[in-house]
Each structure stands twice: as structure tokens, then as C-alpha cells.
Design a protein around this ligand. Structure first.
Ligand code: AKG
Ligand code: FE2
Length: 195
């Protein structure tokens, strides 16, 4: 008899429920992953990751203290205003992150832009974000890292140099069920349908 709790599923699909096709979708042209990884390693070596496990590449004010510029936009925002953080931090100008930020800025209004670390066996609470979409680039990941949607199942974002647009207003979380650190670049974009 079929087990009603764990229905047979095709693991190669890496999804469980009926999911809208574009829940996680590749946008634009790929980036140079190796350059991004090199610049990430340099940043990791220079700046400690705080408890929120995020370094913000954008900040709200030019004249904020260095500490606030790096960490002011990290973690959960109390007011949900992702577009306060629109100034690219001088500290990271000249990096490949800046090039990617400028490339996306040519087409969209870009807000809070972060490097997010998820350590092995860490996860986020289930939540909805204010923004409809976000862009993600997996910088370093492992096959056991997943974005989890309450309604739609799970998705793995591979480190393949692609920029992925995710739906961030659907209830979701993310976890690292693997044994190596996961680093994602997360970019807030002013949402428009079909962007
Ligand atoms: O994968 C992550 O680090 C964060 C996922 C998330 O909650 C988001 O991007 O909205
Ligand atoms: Fe989120």
C-alpha cells in the first residue's frame, strides 16, 4: 500500500509540491563566479560577520560611521524599508560586487545588497518579506542548501554564476543542511512584473 505521509517523489526534481514554474527563475546574463568568489574570500578575510551573519554592501548615508555602513543594513529590518540602503559602500567600490550592482542598477532601482552567510545546520524563521522579488547569487553553496516555501516546496540555488530571482513575499525560509558554509549575494530590486 502506498504510504500517504511520504508520497513517492522524483528526487531528481528536488521539489515536493506543485510549484509555479517561475518560483525561482534565472534572470539576465551569468556573472563570473570565480571573480565573485575571490572577492568574497577577500571580504571574509577582512571583515568579521556579525551575529546577523550578513555584511551589507549598501548603506543609507554617506557619512555614517564605517561600522554602520557595513552592518546597518544587515539582518532583519524593523521598518521593512529596503530602499533606504541604496548607496553603495565606498569600501567595496572596485570589487566585482560593485560591477554587478551597477549592471543591475542600469535597469532597476537597487536597494539593500548583502552577502549572507548560512553556517551548516543554520536556518531562518519562516517569514514573508515586504518586497515581491529578490535576486540571489549563490557564491559558495553545497547541495544540501535549500530555500523552503510553505506553499510551494523547496528549491536549491546552485553556484553556477546565474542570478536567480526569488519570490520573497510568499512565506519562506532557507536552511543549510550541509557541512560547509553557504554564502549568497542577495540584491533587493524594485519589483515590476516580469522583471
Ligand atoms: O537565503 C537566504 O539567505 C535568505 C533567503 C530569504 O529569506 C530572502 O532572500 O528573502
Ligand atoms: Fe526572505
Amino acid at each position: 500500500m502506498e504510504n500517504p505521509i511520504t508520497p513517492a517523489c522524483d528526487n531528481s526534481q528536488r521539489s515536493i509540491l506543485g510549484i509555479p514554474g517561475d518560483l525561482v527563475k534565472i534572470v539576465g546574463n551569468p556573472i563570473d563566479l570565480e571573480r565573485l568568489q575571490q572577492d568574497t574570500l577577500a571580504i571574509i578575510a577582512k571583515y568579521p560577520f556579525p551575529d546577523s551573519r550578513q555584511i551589507c554592501l549598501t548603506n543609507c548615508e554617506h557619512d555614517a560611521p564605517a561600522e554602520a555602513r557595513l552592518y546597518g543594513g544587515s539582518g532583519r529590518l524593523t521598518d521593512g524599508d529596503e530602499f533606504k540602503f541604496r548607496t553603495f559602500n565606498e569600501e567595496f567600490k572596485g570589487t566585482y560586487f560593485h560591477e554587478i550592482y551597477r549592471r543591475i542598477s542600469e535597469k532597476y532601482v537597487v536597494g539593500r545588497t548583502r552577502i549572507a552567510l548560512l553556517k551548516p545546520r543554520q536556518c531562518y524563521s519562516m517569514h514573508r518579506d515586504v518586497s515581491l522579488y529578490r535576486y540571489h547569487v549563490a557564491i559558495f553553496t553545497n547541495p544540501e542548501c535549500f530555500l523552503v516555501y510553505e506553499q510551494f516546496g523547496i528549491r536549491h540555488i546552485p553556484a553556477d554564476g546565474n542570478i536567480y530571482r526569488i519570490h520573497s513575499r510568499e512565506r519562506h525560509s532557507a536552511f543549510n543542511g550541509g557541512e560547509s558554509d553557504r554564502y549568497h549575494l542577495i540584491i533587493e530590486i524594485m519589483s515590476r512584473p516580469n522583471c
